[in-house]
Design a protein. Structure first.
Length: 307
């Protein structure tokens, strides 16, 4: 709870300012409204200016807040995301102006990522980027919604991959792809052309280096099952389905709770890349610590089963 007199605006993406009619509507609500989001370092409102104005009109001295820890640029991104998600809709002009501002502060983000924040089309952001005279906006590598770095053009990656292949002919396709920032399929094509392997059957290479391993016998305590989407479907999901059908788990409270945890964890793993792309920058470090703790807990559980 914070004194209303200490809060001030600063991050709203609304070009026309506060709506008097929306403020009156909020002032008449008797239900509990969501807390106001406030940047901790400056006490500037990130989201909730209408709620703050309504509270002042009612004569409230204190309001509930949630603190935001991050830079001014990240605070504006959060303000746009929150205003897109709820409350009074942003106008088209608000969204376009927000996209231009975020393009200036987060030029390393991909067009799709900025578009998803502002509620506009990716091609709209691309057009804004092309019209920009700021060279920092024209980057060869951008960070997508999945949080990963993606080359705008694969040409530079192909050239780097060719250099790696000629310098280290025995290096694996996955290592070439990782170091050059390209896909495994592109790495295979580069290596085939660089080493004159046009006659070599593609299946012999991709079967060993790109396809997931076939289902193995029941794992021992030292087995490490990879968590890619393909492996989840081909290796882990069948094991989970067998566990779900086991009466000793299916019909006991502890067993059902364990199965729910396993199902939720595997579902999250399959969607983790998309989830990571939606996390604000200021939350990365604490979330990383929590994720590592969860992973350590599951590992300890597996060791208990082995013993």
């Amino acid at each position: 709870m914070v004194d209303v007199s200490s809060l001030r605006g600063g991050f709203s993406p609304r070009l026309d300012g506060i709506s008097a009619s929306h403020t009156r509507l909020l002032g008449e609500l008797t239900d509990v409204v969501p807390p106001i989001v406030v940047q901790r370092s400056s006490l500037r409102v990130v989201d909730g200016m209408h709620r703050l104005r309504a509270a002042r009109a009612r004569g409230d001295r204190r309001v509930p807040v949630v603190y935001f820890d991050g830079s001014d640029a990240d605070a504006f991104v959060a303000a746009v995301q929150l205003n897109i998600a709820h409350g009074l809709p942003l106008s088209t002009r608000d969204r376009l102006t927000a996209a231009e501002r975020i393009l200036a502060s987060h030029s390393q983000w991909s067009d799709r990522r900025i578009a998803s924040v502002c509620g506009v089309a990716a091609k709209t952001v691309a057009a804004l980027r092309r019209r920009s005279t700021d060279n920092s906006h024209q980057l060869n590598v951008r960070i997508g919604r999945d949080g990963r770095r993606h080359p705008v053009s694969a040409e530079a990656g192909r050239r780097l991959a060719e250099q790696i292949v000629r310098r280290e002919p025995g290096v694996s396709l996955r290592e070439i792809a990782r170091r050059a920032g390209i896909s495994v399929g592109t790495a295979f094509d580069v290596r085939r052309k660089a080493l004159g392997e046009a006659s070599a059957p593609a299946v012999e290479v991709t079967a060993a280096e790109t396809a997931p391993e076939p289902p193995a016998p029941a794992p021992t305590s030292t087995d490490r099952l990879p968590a890619t989407a393909a492996d989840l479907k081909a290796v882990i999901r069948p094991r989970l389905e067998r566990l779900v059908q086991d009466p000793s788990l299916r019909y006991t409270d502890h067993g059902k709770a364990l199965l729910r945890l396993l199902t939720a964890t595997l579902t999250f793993i399959a969607q983790s890349a998309d989830a990571a792309g939606t996390v604000p920058a200021h939350c990365h470090e604490p979330l990383r610590a929590v994720a590592q703790a969860c992973a350590g807990g599951w590992h300890q559980f597996s060791e208990m089963l082995a013993e």
